[in-house]
Each structure stands twice: as structure tokens, then as C-alpha cells.
Design a protein around this ligand. Structure first.
Ligand SMILES: [Zn+2]
Length: 217
């Protein structure tokens, strides 16, 4: 299945991007038949094989696969239910997003590339236990129509219409967290992009979508 190959490639990509620590984190894609292809629980990405991936339905039942699906399956299900434009989800415990997840209520956007990809400031959820329906609903609420959210005392989620887009959103979430935390070391009031400017930048990105993925000034 082509989506299996894409997920295995994406697992390599997120590892190379430095977003993953240990086995924590999970990826999924929405299949054309409405089921979810998701990484299993507890297997390191570099040991992952195609037969380890799990297919689940929108009620969270396993349709096929020998392994247990990721313990955050409920979160993936609720995001796909809430956002019809989202076809891929990447959840990681990346370093600076994790710092933000325990120290901030919001990560405002400081730079244009993040504004283009994420479409709005990154909200931090309230704390809920991992793997629960409560956490899934908190994530949906604070993700809204944007492409990344930070989970309190836990990590982050990036979403998009493809796995590449979801990885890019996760990378921009991590970069934005790092930039804001670094900026706060220099000044109490970093110059943040206005909501209006973020919206304009995001609209430009979406309307010129793939051509602008490798946007160079
Ligand atoms: Zn997690």
C-alpha cells in the first residue's frame, strides 16, 4: 500500500528532523476509504516495518494489523472528525515545544514562514492524561483551524493535507517555540506578527500552495 511506504518514509524524515525522542510520538494518514493508517505503540521508528502499521476505523477499532495502534489513537480520530482538510497527523515530544508546553499558554508567531504554514498562533491545551478522550477533545479545541497545537506538559501535534505538510507544520511548531523562548531571553516584549499579517501570509501560502513550499526570497 502506497500510504504504508509514505508513513515509513515520514518516520525516517521526522527522526532526521530531530523531532523524535526515543519511541515517543506517532504518525497517521487518512486512507481514501475513511480508515486511519497509524504507527503502532512502542516500536522504535528505525525498527518499524510495513507489517507493523495498524489500520483502524473512525470508531477506534482495529481493522487490520498485528500490533497495538498508537496509544494516542483517540486524538488522531477526533482531529480527522473535526478537520475535513486534514489527511495526515504527526505527534512528537520535540524539545522546545515541550518547554513551551510546561511554561507558556501560547506561542505567538514571530516569523513569516511559520505564519504561512501554521496559519495562527500556537495554543497550548489544558493538561489531560495521555491517551484519553479528554486529551483528544482539548487538542481539537486548541488546534482550531490552524496546523499545529502544543499539548500541555507533553508535546506537540502538526497536521496537514499530506504527511510532508504535517511534518513541516511540526517543524515550524518546534522552530516557533525555540524562537519565542530565545526572544524572551532578550526582551520581555518580542515583536510578534499581528493576527492580520499572519492571516495574509497564510492565505498567500495556501493559494500558491505547493509552489511556495520551497519558497525562496
Ligand atoms: Zn505523546
Amino acid at each position: 500500500m502506497k500510504e504504508s511506504i509514505q508513513i515509513l518514509q515520514a518516520c525516517e524524515d521526522v527522526q532526521e528532523s530531530g523531532l523524535i525522542f526515543g519511541t515517543w510520538g506517532n504518525l497517521s494518514v487518512l486512507l481514501e476509504n475513511g480508515n486511519i493508517l497509524i504507527t503502532p505503540s512502542g516500536i522504535p521508528y528505525d525498527e518499524l516495518r510495513e507489517e507493523d502499521l495498524v489500520i483502524c476505523d473512525m470508531n477506534g477499532n482495529v481493522v487490520s494489523g498485528k500490533q497495538e495502534p498508537s496509544s494516542e489513537l483517540k486524538m488522531h480520530v477526533e482531529i480527522y472528525k473535526a478537520r475535513k482538510d486534514v489527511k495526515a497527523i504527526v505527534h512528537t515530544h520535540s524539545l522546545y515545544a515541550s518547554v513551551a508546553s510546561s511554561a507558556l499558554n501560547m506561542v505567538p508567531l514571530l516569523v513569516e514562514d511559520a505564519a504561512m504554514v501554521l496559519g495562527g498562533n500556537i495554543e497550548v491545551t489544558s493538561y489531560e492524561a495521555p491517551g484519553t478522550q479528554e486529551l483528544a477533545l482539548e487538542v481539537v479545541k486548541h488546534l482550531g483551524q490552524k496546523n499545529a497545537v502544543i499539548i500541555a506538559n507533553h508535546g506537540q501535534v502538526g497536521v496537514g493535507p499530506t504527511l510532508d505538510d504535517a511534518i513541516l507544520a511540526s517543524v515550524m511548531c518546534e522552530k516557533s517555540s525555540q524562537l519565542y523562548i530565545k526572544a524572551l531571553e532578550i526582551t520581555d516584549s518580542p515583536r510578534v506578527l499581528s493576527d492580520e499579517d499572519v492571516k495574509k501570509l497564510s492565505n498567500v501560502y495556501v493559494s500558491h500552495y505547493r509552489r511556495l513550499r520551497d519558497f525562496k526570497e
